[in-house]
Design a protein around this ligand. Sequence first.
Ligand code: PEP
Length: 252
Amino acid sequence: MRRPLVAGNWKMNGTRAGVKDLVAGILSGLGGFDRASNAEVVVCPPFVFLADVAAQLAGSPIALGAQNGSAEKPGAFTGEIAVEMLVEFGCRYVIIGHSERRALYGEGDAMVALKWAAVDAAGLTPILCVGERLEEREAGNTEEVVARQLVSVMDAVGVEAIGRCIIAYEPVWAIGTGRTASPQQAQEVHAFIRAQIAARSPNVAEQVRILYGGSVKGSNAAELFAMPDVDGGLIGGASINAREFITICAAA
Ligand code: PEP
């Protein structure tokens, strides 16, 4: 039985005061959640807010994650954040390979695999994002694209290591567009991802959690999460609204 997980990707949003209110709202809304029987909940603020959010979340069941991390060891890499720093600030998860980083910052499959390995080596859990662009889906290439993104990491780190991460299927055409994949579309790709892993290790495939991301809201979360291979969600826009985020967590 895979425990559902909901992770909020706040992207480059928030002010110090606004983040404080957001966390307070999430904490009060999830007050009844307990560690064992409910969905696991993770929030991924911008780096500069990590310390504040870590302090606010102390003693709560909500875990802290980062939106990115460097593949390099600490050193002369201006503007980068080492995974060791994320550990020190209480992070447990790191989003890797988000489509915005692939598209806007040129992170290709090789870089994603290096980052994945650095995050894992630091004892953190990578949330590995994969997903096709609209033109790739329309050309019938969804499986090919998703398989390439997944296999490049599996080849680099080995299938057993994949069992230590979370995978997020995020069709690029659904991210921030308000256009959600239908539950059936999500299930098809999630089942495909699981089958790709099962071809190397049925055990890992059975245990690995695969989240759906792309315009998940309070109103559509339950039907997406009801799919057998959808183990929760990676939530962007709706995660910076406490009420929406709590509704999504409750659905999981
Ligand atoms: C995301 O950026 O990971 C995401 C899923 O965004 P949104 O929920 O806003 O589509």
